[in-house]
Write a protein that binds this ligand. Structure first.
Ligand code: URA
Length: 439
């Protein structure tokens, strides 16, 4: 079977069968098909999409390209909460405490930050001495000890995605719903979890810029996950502006802890309550969402996630004293107060610009080999819908003298101030699932 015939069929909109999909993908992984042919194949998918069957075969081949981790003898109901990537998203740090309090297990692979979006791995690594498991055995041990197993993506899991993603990145084929769905879901399916919660970010700071596209991606991933017999729920959330106030690493860890202590930003707290409540509904069939949400609200008010997070950090080798003493986290040398030039209501704080503003200081990576400075970042003091007076401080930049000018340029262009009152934007647009149980 020749690659050119498979490409031609896809180009002409004819459905491919399992053998054709397996052949072209597996031969590409073995370097028997050159990048230029795979680029053409990806572009044909970009324009013609994939049928349900094609997507399933494509994802199955991706999944089978590497190691799959299935856990034996785990007592916990395991949830993998995955975010499609955002700015200021410190949810996984806070969930390590709350999931543990509610006896919900976690098994997941997390990513490092790239471009304007942050990564969970970097946030935890801001904690002195914190070390992620590196092997499958260590991951399983961590789940058994703490209920929470998190490790970085390794080359052994879905190696085909790594190779394809590098090519998609340079051939303008990243923004394809079936390619994104198979990329995300193959990695989710590779590590066993009883249910998957997808936090699909929508807006300027996200992959999906509008709600309609985000809905389509969510429905595709839910259907795909269900076809592999996994429960999948998608929560579509606002990423027009950053989540919470803190964007960076040390500062995001502090915000996650403060949220567990009941002092968190409204938007982040609301998202957290919804995700934990969804997890409870997935775990306990008879629970409804309102009931679950009020349990989580109470737990946050009483600070119930704090001690479990402390234990989690300690078990992963980190200095758990940071929970009570933030000065033990990396701290930047300088602080700059960014003041707004006009009075009015804030109608926009573009998440992408704030992400870039933090990235150039060293909080994120422009390329994947960049070294992170955990101490730097941006902390907003106002959000969309707030009224500000000319000269008022709207963000604090913590920096070490690197690229302050460029960081300020990104900040300047992030804000839009208007004369009419603006409503506080929604945090959660919609929750999607096709589970029989009510959510
Ligand atoms: N995240 C992924 O893991 N894959 C994509 O294709 C896009 C976002």
């Amino acid at each position: 079977m020749r690659a050119i015939d498979i490409i031609q069929k896809k180009r002409d909109g004819i459905e491919l069968n399992e053998i054709e999909i397996k052949t072209i993908l597996n031969n590409y992984l073995k370097n028997e098909i050159p990048d230029y042919q795979m680029s053409a194949f990806l572009m044909a998918i970009y324009f013609n999409g994939m049928s349900r069957n094609e997507l399933k075969f494509f994802t199955q081949t991706m999944l089978n390209s590497g190691e799959q981790i299935k856990f034996e003898g785990i007592k916990h109901f395991l949830i993998d909460k995955h975010s499609t990537g955002g700015v200021g998203d410190k949810t996984t740090v806070a969930l390590a405490g709350l999931f543990s309090f509610f006896n919900i297990g976690t098994a997941k692979l997390s990513g490092k930050g790239l471009g304007h979006t942050g990564g969970t791995i970097d946030k935890f690594e801001a904690i002195p001495s914190f070390t992620f498991p590196e092997t499958r055995k260590e991951l399983i041990d961590m789940i058994n000890i703490t209920g929470t197993g998190i490790m970085g993506y390794s080359d052994t899991i879905v190696p085909l995605d790594k190779k394809l993603y590098s090519l998609r990145d340079v051939t303008a084929t990243v923004p394809s719903i079936p390619l994104i769905a198979s990329s995300i879901m193959s990695k989710k399916l590779a590590v066993y979890a009883d249910a998957i919660i997808l936090d699909v970010k929508v807006g300027s700071g996200a992959f999906m810029k509008d709600l309609e596209q985000a809905k389509k991606l969510s429905e595709t991933m839910i259907d795909l996950g269900n076809s592999f017999k996994r429960k999948v729920v998608a929560i579509l959330t606002n990423m027009e502006q950053p989540l919470g106030f803190a964007v960076g690493n040390s500062n995001e860890v502090i915000e996650a802890i403060e949220t567990l202590k009941g002092n968190g930003p409204k938007d982040f707290t609301e998202l957290l309550i919804n995700i934990v409540a969804l997890a409870l509904c997935l775990k306990e069939k008879n629970k409804n969402m309102d009931e679950a949400k009020s349990e989580v609200e109470q737990a946050i008010l009483k600070g119930k996630g704090v001690e479990p997070l402390k234990r989690f950090i300690k078990t992963y080798g980190g200095d758990e004293k940071i929970i009570d003493d933030y000065s033990l986290l990396p701290k930047a040398k300088f602080r700059y107060e960014f003041k707004i030039k006009k009075s009015g209501w804030i109608s926009q704080i573009k998440a992408e610009n704030i992400g870039k503003s933090a990235m150039v200081l060293g909080a994120g990576r422009a390329t994947k080999d960049d070294i992170i400075d955990y101490s730097v970042g941006i902390t907003l003091t106002k959000k969309v819908g707030d009224f500000v007076k000319e000269g008022e401080v709207v963000a604090i930049i913590e920096h070490n003298g690197k690229n302050l000018e460029s960081s300020l340029d990104f900040l300047e262009s992030a804000y839009k101030i208007v004369d009419e009152k603006i409503e506080t934007p929604k945090v959660i647009y919609e929750i999607l699932s096709n589970l029989e149980e009510k959510i």
